[in-house]
Ligand binder design. Structure first.
Ligand code: CUA
Length: 417
């Protein structure tokens, strides 16, 4: 029956399969540059994980004791009461009060001990300590924005808080109080090496503490199915030594986005970014750039875009950022399913079609948005932790217009708007 159905529609499935395979190969190629990062919920560098680890150890200990006890009793009984050894009729009795009380009492006791340990761990982990360092994680389809309530932008250059998209910088050996919320649907914040998974819920703010003693780069993921690119909603946490962290913050507070030179590709991009083309499609409507008039809140903050080493909420990193940036700006929903960023290839109503030169200009402009080297958290972590899993930096120059443009142009994946 299945065969018949398949044969009748064989032309379509084959096309679908090859399209699917093509997309998969594209995706596989896109993942090639990702650095290997270990997700470890038992990473004992985190106080949160150490506390949770105690619970796991108790649970495992009880499980092992019960396993040994039950299987021991089973083997003993089978051995002792084998038929070939016991020809006489067995003792006839009904019930055994002591055994029954033990069989009810011991499990109740175990559950009570585990419950008390759990409550104790919750009481230690959930309240935020007065000296913990506040960070806001704002989730949206499909990216993260991290804000630093303790780091106001210097009044001389702008206003608001220091904010970074998809890359969270934290100091080591510090309780970091993360407050998570969402702009649309429910997302899940999870960076297992630093501990604690929490939902990011619209109009609800949840605060808890994460921490690590070990400087390094850690992987974070969205853990609640939130739409087509749920799996492409990742983030990096860069845990810096405290002095490096302080330096990052003070550099970020006084950072002012550069003004492009007249006639440069950056200036062409700057004009489109701020004003759009033909009166529509300004990037500034959705993105904020510190020290400029761009204050949009619908998309991730781009103030330090040129310093970042991930693109599309961690969908690409390292050299893949440069390889995908042009296609990303041209029509992001084609290469990231469900991306709500408008297309600039003329297929989103009321949004302008940009030429390749114009797109390269926008790329050049956002690449120029770089933290001064004294505040560059990637070079800091590379120096502090040799061998840390650090993605390669973006190229300083504009990438040449990719030759694959034409082949991708026609493709319209589901979720495009
Ligand atoms: Cu956001 Cu899954």
């Amino acid at each position: 029956m299945l065969n018949m159905v398949f044969r009748r529609h064989s032309a379509r499935p084959r096309a679908a399969v090859s399209l699917g395979l093509g997309t998969w190969l594209l995706m596989a190629a896109a993942q090639a540059q990702q650095v290997k990062q270990t997700l470890n919920a038992l990473d004992s560098s985190s106080g949160y994980n150490r506390e949770a680890g105690v619970l796991v150890a108790w649970g495992l200990a009880f499980a092992v004791i019960i396993f040994i006890g039950v299987s021991g009793a089973l083997f003993y009984t089978v051995q002792k009461f084998r038929e070939d050894k016991n020809t006489a009729e067995p003792a006839q009795f009904h019930g055994n009060n002591r055994l029954e009380i033990a069989l009810v009492g011991v499990p109740v006791l175990i559950v009570m001990v585990l419950a008390l340990l759990t409550v104790r761990a919750m009481a230690r982990l959930n309240p935020t300590q007065a000296n913990s360092y506040p960070v806001s994680a704002v989730a949206a389809q499909f990216y993260w924005n991290f804000e630093y309530p303790n780091a106001k932008v210097d009044a001389a250059v702008g206003n608001g808080l220091v904010t970074n998209g998809n890359e969270l910088i934290v100091p080591v050996s510090t309780k970091v109080a993360v407050t998570a919320t969402s702009r649309d649907v429910i997302h899940g914040f999870w960076a297992p090496n630093l501990g604690g998974q929490r939902d990011a819920i619209p109009s609800v703010k949840k605060t808890w503490q994460i921490d690590t003693d070990k400087p390094g780069v850690y992987q974070g993921n969205c853990t609640l199915l939130c739409g087509a690119s749920h799996a492409n909603m990742r983030f990096k946490i860069v845990a810096l030594p405290q002095a490096d962290y302080q330096q990052f913050v003070s550099v970020a507070q006084t950072y002012k986005a550069p003004t492009p030179a007249a006639g440069s590709p950056e200036q062409l991009g700057y004009n489109i970014f701020m004003n759009g083309k033909g009166g529509s499609g300004a990037c500034a409507g959705c993105h904020r750039v510190q020290g400029t008039g761009a204050a949009g809140q619908a998309g991730p903050d781009l103030s330090f875009f040129g310093s970042r080493r991930t693109l599309g909420a961690g969908m690409w990193e390292g050299a893949d950022v440069d390889a995908n940036l042009h296609e990303w700006l041209k029509h992001s929903p084609v290469i990231k399913p469900g991306s709500v960023m408008p297309r600039y290839d003329g297929l989103t109503p009321n949004y302008p079609a940009l030429s390749d030169t114009e797109i390269d200009g926008v790329a050049a402009y956002i690449k120029s948005l770089r933290l001064p080297e004294t505040g560059n958290y990637w070079t800091k972590i590379t120096a502090a932790v040799p061998g840390a899993p650090v993605p390669a930096p973006q190229a300083a120059r504009i990438p040449p217009t990719p030759q694959t443009s034409a082949s991708v142009n026609g493709a319209t994946l589901p979720g495009g708007n």
